[in-house]
Ligand binder design. Structure first.
Ligand code: SF4
Length: 517
């Protein structure tokens, strides 16, 4: 491929890059049947990195032949057959557990190597894939989980999402990027796609062209979290729906050809844009796309945090969507199946996954709402959850993640449940916990972000500890939360948070939140 030469000639390459030159990441799908037949020992350790391209991470402890497996769900939209297959995979191969991720994907644990070919086959039959759910490639496209049914969307983004998902998916021109690459497409006016924390985001906008109001998108580039977080910056362009693919291809081409491949820590698009400046980046985009109109009117008017709890009317008269709480995104596959069956019985069968790690059942007629909500499943997964458990998020943590320094999901749940019992507030508080600086649980945009680390006690013991960050949001361009001084030993965390929230309760005005929903 011609582009390989561009960067190979001009940059010192890190080890992953050198390996990627030897073989394309997607070729792992050709190798997996052999490994599945011959056992975990047949996989040379230097091949582990390629498994990422199949949405697979070798699960800790790393010698058991088990994997974490992630399935892409573009903007969280699942039809009934897909939802059922996802629950079957958890039931048959994943010890009946599945997680909803902060990028609207579904993630499994304990997946045995030998079952991978049959899992891929099941997914393929319902047009789902694990391919590029991890790896240095375009990840799951996130966006509005209410696309097509949302009274608060400028227009239905489903066709645009489908077009760019299929354009990038398994496209060998874009399967070797310097690092992961995250796209958001959203036309909900409350920033449901969390635009500012993506490498490339399309946000709702309008512009008067030739005297006519045209609906389309603005374009944000270079956002991302981790140790050095950046809020994405806006290009001065207005893009119609049918220009999205062209613009996405241009931005991704620039990233592919000029993104940094020397250090993986500085490889995300945000670093290239920080060095070039947004004006130069925009010029280079326009060289590839041709002239585009300047930005128009930004139609985003706030941020909903990605929460959709309760029963709400859709834009289709007589139909409703029901937002359900899935505490820290973890659900038994049996329960996922039950919810999928209710979606079929009372709605259209569709289920939607949300970037706040929750679920939505769409398309419930007015007359079926009461009958649907009588089901016992909503005791476990309430539609009006408590203010701490319902608004908590957590990444995978040290249960399964090789990079984690602490537990997250269990710890977050225990903490939220105690706060629900002992702190009465009139507003929810979004607490997001992560097990390391990578911030998969998006702690930077939480009201209270909690990040795990190891702390050495005066007695020389290494113990789990956490740092606190306050005041994050994605309202009005966004603001990352700020670190409070000190590190808190795990056993003291809930006491400290309780005190902190009592202080918040005492000082705040009625109805005041950490930020305005
Ligand atoms: Fe693992 Fe760190 Fe990501 Fe949590 S934030 S899932 S600990 S890499």
């Amino acid at each position: 491929m011609s582009y390989v030469k561009v960067w190979a000639d001009n940059q010192q390459l890190n080890k992953n890059e050198k390996n990627k030159l030897k073989k394309d990441g997607l070729s792992v799908f050709d190798d997996i049947p052999y490994y599945a037949k011959n056992g975990f020992e047949s996989i040379p350790k230097d091949q582990y990195m390629y498994f990422k391209y199949a949405g697979l991470t070798v699960q800790k402890p790393q010698d058991k032949g088990l994997f974490m497996l992630r399935v892409k769900v573009p903007t969280g939209i699942l039809n009934h057959k897909q939802a059922v297959v996802l629950s079957e995979i958890g039931q048959l191969y994943g010890r009946n557990v599945q997680d909803i991720t902060t990028r609207q994907s579904i993630q499994y644990h304990w997946i045995p190597l030998e079952k991978l070919p049959e899992i891929f086959e099941r997914l393929k039959k319902v047009d789902l894939t694990t391919s590029e759910a991890e790896g240095d490639a375009p990840r799951n496209v996130v966006g509005n989980p209410l696309a097509g049914i949302d009274p608060n969307e400028l227009f239905d983004t489903r066709p645009v999402v489908d077009e760019i998902y299929r354009f990038f998916q398994d496209n060998p021109d874009f399967s070797n990027l310097p690092r992961k690459y995250k796209i958001s497409v959203n036309a909900n006016i409350y920033n449901a796609g969390h635009a500012e924390i993506n490498d490339l985001a399309f946000t709702p906008a309008s512009k008067v062209i030739d005297g006519k109001k045209v609906l389309g998108f603005h374009v944000l580039v270079g956002g991302g979290l981790a140790a050095k977080p950046y809020l994405a910056k806006q290009l001065n362009v207005f893009v119609t729906k049918n220009q999205v693919k062209k613009v996405a291809a241009a931005v991704t081409t620039l990233y592919r050809d000029f993104g940094y491949r020397k250090s993986r820590a500085r490889a995300r698009l945000k670093y290239l844009i920080a060095d070039w400046g947004i004006e130069k980046f925009e010029e280079r985009v326009l060289e590839l796309t041709g002239t585009l109109p300047a930005a128009g009117k930004d139609e985003t008017i706030g941020w909903n945090g990605g929460f959709f709890f309760g029963v709400h009317p859709q834009k289709q008269k007589g139909l409703n969507y029901v937002g359900i709480s899935v505490p820290v995104g973890r659900i038994h596959s049996d329960d996922f199946y039950k919810i999928a069956e209710l979606a079929a019985q009372f709605g259209s069968g569709e289920l939607r996954t949300v970037n706040s790690q929750n679920l939505i059942i769409p398309n419930i007629p007015d007359h079926s709402i009461d009958k649907l909500l009588k089901n016992d499943i909503f005791k476990k997964f309430p539609i009006h959850p408590t203010f701490f458990t319902g608004y908590a998020m957590a990444c995978t943590g040290n249960e399964f993640c090789n990079l984690a320094l602490t537990n997250t999901k269990d710890k977050m749940l225990e903490l939220a449940e105690r706060l629900d019992r002992e702190v009465q507030l009139d507003v929810p508080v979004r607490i997001y916990m992560v097990g390391c600086t990578n911030s998969c649980g998006q702690r930077h945009i939480a009201d209270i972000g909690i990040q795990g680390l190891k702390l050495r006690t005066p007695e020389g013991q290494l113990v789990d500890a956490y740092e606190l960050f306050v005041g994050g949001h994605l309202n009005n361009g966004g603001h990352f939360n700020e670190r409070l001084k000190g590190r808190i030993e795990s056993s003291l965390l809930s006491d400290v948070l309780k005190d902190f929230l009592f202080y918040f309760k005492k000082e705040k005005k009625q109805g005041e939140t950490f930020y305005a929903f």
